[in-house]
Design a protein around this ligand. Structure first.
Ligand code: SOE
Length: 394
């Protein structure tokens, strides 16, 4: 498509795992989707001069700033993409919104409910001036997850009775795995609960169209001290050579049960200690007319059981979610030539750019991010109080 579309400059803060995958999305989205605006990868910001310059060169960013405040001040930045650890989300996102920049913010949206409240209030004020904001819950943009929501909304499952959601990883099972920022409360807010539990809370609420009204939870830290890590260490960090240890200040795993606003009973499990499970983000929903099952490790598939069929022929059947008529899928490859993790981020920025271009509010909004934050806080409160039932303020 060429091209009298408005160009929108993107400024991204952070260039580690999430920065890399977001860069891939900004780079590819315009080649596959017909967008009302054209994103320009204008500026990358990071504290280390040398590393930021190297990342900008390899990821495709035109310029570099070493202070995010300078990035926000630039006239060639219309959108700020926040890919930093949670500790700086609120400050960056609020400053960007106040400067009139649209904001895409990584999840969990904040480290505390108070920060999330301030962000949601800033987003509401900004929206009055046509400034948009969205939380980067990318799994909503897996075609099979979007199809699951469609099935529920069409009534194909009938009345929902059960939601069973799990997010299982195993990357910190080794006690020698270092104390990366994701294991430090002041940087990450919480552990498995916020990092991956937030995804399954959002996915469960998105697919069912219902909100959690209360929870009862347990959290656990299995390994309390770990070798210290380099500041930039990520998920694949090694610990060789570390001479000191530091204290893990977050949960390694969280399990909780909850009740959804439509009456369904839900269970959630978020852990980094499920040996053999790498990125098993799963959800099963059982309704009066049928059931659905999804596992991200087979992300192009949705399993559907139609309970209205005679018992002799009913049963879970696999839908390969790669048809042109499936959500997002038609923009990519012919049927059967599946998608990967990175595509979910392309879909996320596509939806965000469409909302900006058409002047509509994108989802999940910062208000949605705040609701998820309240669930996380309620799980922590419950876990600290003998798993006492804890209502979620609506
Ligand atoms: C680490 O647990 C992580 O990278 C999360 O932070 C992401 O949100 C998830 O998509 C994959 O795992």
């Amino acid at each position: 498509m060429s091209d009298n579309r408005p160009a929108l400059g993107v400024g991204m803060v952070g260039y580690s795992f999430m920065g890399r995958v977001h860069s891939q999305a900004w780079r590819s989205v315009g080649a596959f989707f017909d967008l009302p605006v054209a994103p320009v990868m204008a500026v990358l910001s990071g504290r280390s001069e040398e590393r930021t310059a190297a990342a900008a060169a390899s990821l495709g960013w035109a310029a570099v700033e070493n202070d995010w405040k300078d990035l926000i001040r630039r006239d060639d930045v219309d959108i700020v993409d926040v890919c930093t650890p949670g500790e700086s989300h609120a400050e960056i996102a609020i400053a960007a919104l106040e400067a009139g920049k649209h904001v895409l913010c990584e999840k969990p949206m904040a480290n505390t409910v108070a920060e999330a409240e301030a962000m949601a209030a800033a987003a509401e004020r900004a929206a009055e001036r046509g400034v948009r904001s969205m939380v980067a819950f990318n799994y909503r943009r897996v075609p099979a997850v979007a199809l699951a929501r469609q099935f529920v909304a069409e009534g194909r499952l009938g009345v929902l009775r059960h939601v069973r959601a799990q997010y299982l990883q195993d990357w910190i099972v080794d006690p020698e795995f270092p104390l990366v920022w994701r294991l430090q409360k002041d940087k990450a807010g919480s552990g498995a609960l916020g990092d991956i539990g937030s995804h399954i809370v959002d996915t469960a609420q998105f697919v069912t169209g219902q909100l959690l009204t209360g929870v009862s939870g347990l959290t656990e830290t299995f390994i309390n001290d770990r070798p210290t890590a380099e500041e930039s260490a990520g998920l694949a960090a090694g610990s060789a050579g570390a001479e000191s240890t530091g204290h893990v200040t977050v949960d390694d795993a969280a399990v909780f049960i909850g009740r959804l606003s439509g009456g369904a009973l839900a269970s959630f499990e978020a852990t980094r200690f499920a040996t053999g499970r790498k990125n098993a983000m799963r959800i099963e929903i059982n309704g009066s007319l049928g059931s659905l099952y999804f596992d991200f490790e087979s992300m192009n598939e949705l399993w559907f059981h139609d309970h209205t069929l005679p018992a002799e022929e009913a049963g879970f059947r696999r839908i390969l979610v790669t048809e042109g008529g499936h959500p997002y899928a038609g923009a990519w490859w012919p049927p059967g030539h599946g998608l990967g993790y990175e595509h979910t981020f392309s879909h996320e920025v596509k939806d965000f750019l469409e909302a900006i271009g058409t002047g509509t509010d994108p989802a999940p909004s910062f208000a949605d991010g705040l609701r998820v934050q309240r669930v996380l806080a309620a799980v922590e409160e419950s876990a600290a109080g003998d798993s006492r039932w804890t209502p979620i303020p609506q």
